[in-house]
Design a protein around this ligand. Structure first.
Ligand SMILES: C[S@@+](CC[C@H](N)C(=O)[O-])C[C@H]1O[C@@H](n2cnc3c(N)ncnc32)[C@H](O)[C@@H]1O
Length: 274
């Protein structure tokens, strides 16, 4: 079997916790971003890298029986949305064909950061929009806030050390750790208008969904983390229970939520907000 090009492969048992945590932490942020597009009854939507499907299910409810959601992922084994207006398709956004000028809304959360061919993927997602259609993306910037805890106690320092190694592992597999902050510019350079962007930084105690997400990420990449030489197996063994300590205060990376609209042709670029 070919190894997945995606570091945090959905076949792993930790993926189930990842999707529960991402939904708890970020669905409200994504829904706010999507609400800004005006998505409503009858819209045709594409959700790229749907994962567990929480946002696909939300979109399906919003667009109703006259709308449609195409949900794609490299690996759909943790996806569920058995709904008449949802079609799920195994699909690699880097290389598989996409219809052009088809969708009122194209959305991806925490996908492009992992895709080495992200520039090409973004171009194809923009081309998939009908004129006037919206692109909405949420992605991390792992460098804008590079630590996960204060630098006060040994537990904080351990968390920050393991996190630094995790960033190195993701980068070595083609992730772009400073991608989030580039998104407003990339959308503008893609010719989109009405661009809006905000950063969201969840802060939470040990034991909460954010801590469980971080624990799942570290467990899934344990061998790769040790191979960096930056952490030992002992560091990881000490790190895992720390994620359940309610005294610890942690943060995730900054999630940048960005959207923009493909012009219909009537707009003047000079008056379009940046
Ligand atoms: C961190 S998860 C995010 C899942 C979901 N969007 C969410 O926010 O809950 C990344 C997802 O992108 C998918 N993915 C990674 N590379 C991909 C690619 N080249 N094409 C399509 N999906 C991809 C993964 O399989 C995984 O389901």
């Amino acid at each position: 079997v070919e190894p997945s090009p995606y570091t945090l492969d959905n076949a792993a048992p930790e993926a189930a916790q990842r999707f529960v945590s991402l939904s708890a932490l970020f669905d409200p942020v994504t829904v706010r971003n999507l609400d800004g597009t005006g998505v409503s009854e009858g819209w045709r939507c594409l959700e790229v890298g749907t994962g567990g499907g929480s946002i696909t299910r939300w979109l399906a409810g919003r667009v109703g029986a006259t709308g449609h959601v195409l949900a794609t992922d490299l690996d759909l084994n943790k996806f569920s949305a058995d709904l008449p207006n949802v079609e799920a398709r195994q699909h690699d956004i880097a290389s598989d064909p996409l219809p052009e000028a088809e969708f009122d809304l194209v959305h991806a959360r925490l996908v492009l950061i992992h895709v080495p061919e992200r520039a090409q993927a973004l171009r194809r997602m923009v081309a998939a929009l009908r004129p006037g259609g919206w692109l909405a993306i949420e992605d991390f910037d792992m460098r804008l806030v590079a630590t996960r805890a204060e630098d006060r106690t040994p537990a904080d320092q351990l968390v920050n050390k393991v996190t630094a190694a995790f960033t190195v592992v993701l980068e070595s597999r083609g992730a772009h750790s400073a991608y989030g902050r580039q998104l407003p510019r990339l959308l503008r350079e893609s010719g989109l208008v009405d661009i809006a962007a905000e950063g969201h930084l969840p802060v939470f105690p040990g034991g909460s969904p954010g801590a469980q997400l971080h624990r799942a990420n570290i467990e899934q990449t344990r061998d790769q983390l040790i191979a960096t030489g930056l952490v030992t197996g002992g560091d990881i063994d000490r790190f895992l229970p720390v994620m359940a300590d309610p005294d610890l205060i942690l943060n995730l990376s900054m999630l940048m939520a960005v959207r923009g609209r493909r012009p219909t042709g009537g707009e003047s670029p000079a008056t379009a907000p940046a």
